[in-house]
Every structure is written in structure tokens, then in C-alpha cells.
Design a protein around this ligand. Structure first.
Ligand SMILES: [Zn+2]
Length: 240
């Protein structure tokens, strides 16, 4: 695949569509054309089950992820601890700030949203138009508005070649039951995103805390980036 895709340097692989969200607002969402086809099929199937599969976020480029990262690093965006409590950047070491950001946000160049294969989904049928979407695990847990969507994904997503790479908490990235990934292409891009490729990409950008990041990149790569994406978890749930 074209260089730069796995680190978000280009959107040449992306097809944008203008979609409405649950509030009725329209905004552009980007995915790879093959991912759109698979998503369209999955969306139709979900609709038959009463689920209105909407996209909260699709493609994000490197610069967008960089502004999220730098905003959290300098305190202009809120930073949270493992339990979701607000942290004060000024009270933390650089390593602590890095780990707190990585719990909730990807390092620029290492977001699966760069690939055009990954998207965050929710169910428009289970909320009102004035609902403030949070994308929090509670919303997808029993009693939450998107629990039935979560069950539907567990049972059916694999049939459309989608899986949830951040479904379970393995101590790195916080669980993201809303995040789905189109594996036939994502698995290829994940192999292209090697440590040297990421170092090269970070070296050329103005990333806050870059000294801390680069000195710990081996650890960060294993814990937060090189995650297994097998859909085995969902298949297991579907069987149970
Ligand atoms: Zn996501």
C-alpha cells in the first residue's frame, strides 16, 4: 500500500461521504472505498435488526491526531486518569502525562483512524436527537443505550470482516467497544506500521513530549500500538 497511509500522512486512499448524525447534522466522514462497501452491507443488516448504525468518527489524518496529542500534553485539552477522572498536567511527570494521554488517545502516526479502515459506531435508534454522545464504556454496557448494538456487533460484525481491537481492557488502551476495524485491509497496514516507520514519522513533526515518547517508544509500541486484532473475542461472545 502507498507509503504514508499507515501513519496518516495522506488521505489519497480515502472516500469522503457527507452523513447525517443522530442530531440531524451533516458532516463528512472518510473511509477507504472497500471499507464503505463492507460497512454499507453491515449497516443494512443492522437496520433489519432495528439498529441504526451511525458513524461518530472515521478517518483522521496525522495533523488532526497531532493537535489532539499536543492539546492534551500542554493542558489545553482535558486529560484523564485510568478511571476517567480529570488530571492536572502541571502536577505530573512527562512519563505520567504520556501514559495518561495514551490511555485515551493514540500517538500521532499510530492511530488506526489514519488508515481509513477503522471507525467509531453508535446506534441512532436508541437515543433522542438531543442526546449528548460521549463514547463511554457505560453507554455500551448493560443498561446503556448502545448495549444492544454492542451485542449485535459481537454476533454479526465478523461476518462483514469487522472486529473490535479495543474491546477488552488489557492495561494499555481503555476499552473502546464502539471502535470497529475492517481487518482485511487493517491487518496489512498494521504490518506496515513498524517501529522505524513510526520513528521516522515522529522525527519530522513537532510532537510535544517527543523526547519522552522516543525514549520509551519500544514499550509504547508493544503496549499501545501493536495490539492483537483477532475477532476471537467477539466470536466467543457470539457462541456464548
Ligand atoms: Zn476509534
Amino acid at each position: 500500500m502507498e507509503a504514508g497511509i499507515c501513519t496518516g500522512q495522506t488521505d489519497a486512499h480515502i472516500e469522503y461521504r457527507v452523513l447525517r448524525d443522530h442530531t440531524g447534522d451533516k458532516r463528512p466522514v472518510g473511509l477507504q472505498p472497500q471499507v464503505w462497501s463492507a460497512f454499507d452491507n453491515m449497516r443494512r443488516s443492522a437496520a433489519d435488526a432495528g439498529v441504526d448504525l451511525l458513524i461518530a468518527s472515521g478517518f483522521r489524518d496525522f495533523d488532526r491526531q497531532l493537535s489532539i496529542w499536543n492539546g492534551k500534553a500542554d493542558g489545553s485539552r482535558p486529560l484523564f486518569d485510568h478511571a476517567g477522572m480529570r488530571l492536572d498536567v502541571a502536577q505530573l511527570s512527562d512519563v505520567e502525562v504520556c501514559d495518561a494521554i495514551l490511555r485515551w488517545s493514540a500517538l500521532p502516526g499510530a492511530s488506526r483512524h489514519h488508515w481509513g479502515t477503522d471507525l467509531d459506531v453508535y446506534d441512532g435508534n436508541s437515543i433522542e436527537a438531543d442526546y449528548a454522545l460521549q463514547l463511554s464504556p457505560d453507554e455500551y454496557a448493560p443498561g446503556g443505550p448502545f448495549h444492544s448494538l454492542s451485542n449485535w456487533l459481537a454476533e454479526h460484525a465478523a461476518r462483514f470482516d469487522f472486529a473490535r481491537p479495543y474491546q477488552f481492557d488489557t492495561g494499555g488502551i481503555a476499552p473502546e467497544p464502539w471502535h470497529i476495524s475492517y481487518l482485511p485491509i487493517a491487518d496489512v497496514l498494521q504490518k506496515e506500521l513498524t517501529l522505524p516507520v513510526l520513528v521516522h514519522c515522529l522525527d519530522r513533526a513537532d510532537v510535544k513530549l517527543s523526547d519522552t515518547v522516543l525514549s520509551r517508544l519500544d514499550t509504547i509500541f508493544e503496549r499501545f500500538i501493536n495490539v492483537a486484532t483477532s475477532s476471537a473475542g467477539d466470536e466467543m461472545l457470539a457462541r456464548s
